[in-house]
Design a protein around this ligand. Structure first.
Ligand code: IPE
Ligand code: IPE
Ligand code: MG
Length: 247
């Protein structure tokens, strides 16, 4: 533990990985793992809400995931509809609003409608923001912002020198979200797979070995405890951060 524990992270982002392996380990089709994984989603949403996390972002489907077998993609798109219908009451009751990042327009109409409805039905939630990353690619998002800047410059509506970090940050899908403090990837792989590349430059990355369907509220608590023991330096020295030297 660091001398002073960090506060509860304001924004937790999760790469929910390992569903397919969980199912294969049981000789079951991959989509079983995705279905089982929705229980972990519920557990982590509840856990974050109970701990006072303000923002929870879940990587549910990447832009690259469209290349998976059609049956699996279809199963995932159906599961999202099921999730929206099943969770709406509890999310409303707990004051959790839902938003999305990603190319939402890529989703099949039924899924898109269910998610739109879920966002609308939870829009008054003030206690936590749950963001679902769907058809999401961080690189695509950065390229999208760059293209937007180029178009505005070409039209004479923006000067090149105005395109700085702040401008880009405020034109990403995540503009309304603070940068993630803690990124958790379950399943043991230690990579970001195109998740929040611009936003996570100073995030703490945690890689618990559990496959997503095995990830429980206790695992979440352990991840947050681990986070609280870190020392975030943001480029400074340890002594500066501890207040032993001038800032
Ligand atoms: C993560 O689990 C869920 C999605 C990508 C939608 P995976 O399906 O990637 O599971 P593994 O990594 O193959 O075990
Ligand atoms: C990342 O997991 C995407 C989601 C969890 C939604 P993947 O399983 O698709 O990532 P790679 O292919 O192993 O990097
Ligand atoms: Mg995976």
């Amino acid at each position: 533990m660091a001398e002073t524990a960090l506060p509860i992270p304001k924004h937790v982002a999760v790469i929910m990985d390992g569903n397919g392996r969980w199912a294969m380990n049981r000789g079951a089709p991959r989509h079983w793992g995705h279905r089982e994984g929705s229980k972990s989603v519920r557990a982590v949403v509840r856990g974050c809400r109970a701990l006072g996390v303000g923002y929870l972002t879940l990587y549910a489907f990447s832009l690259a995931n469209w290349a998976r077998p059609r049956v699996e993609v279809t199963a995932l798109m159906r599961l999202l509809v099921r999730f929206a219908r099943r969770e709406v009451a509890e999310l409303r009751e707990k004051g959790i609003s839902v938003g999305t990042i990603g190319r939402i327009e890529d989703l099949p109409p039924v899924t898109r409608r269910a998610i739109d409805q879920l966002m609308d039905q939870t829009k008054d939630g003030k206690d936590m923001r749950l963001t679902l990353a769907l058809s999401y690619s961080g690189r695509y998002d950065v390229a999208r912002a760059a293209r937007q800047a180029a178009e505005l410059v070409a039209q004479g509506k923006l000067r090149p020198e105005e395109v700085d970090d702040k401008w880009i940050r405020s034109h990403l899908w995540t503009a309304e979200l603070p940068d993630p403090d803690l990124v958790i990837r379950t399943g043991g792989e230690q990579r970001s797979s195109d998740f929040l590349p611009y936003e996570s430059v100073y995030s703490e990355f945690h890689y618990p070995p559990e496959l997503w369907p095995d990830f429980s509220e206790d695992h979440l608590k352990a991840a947050i405890q681990w986070y609280q023991s870190r020392e975030r330096r943001f480029g400074k020295t340890s002594a500066q951060v501890r207040g032993q030297m001038p800032a």
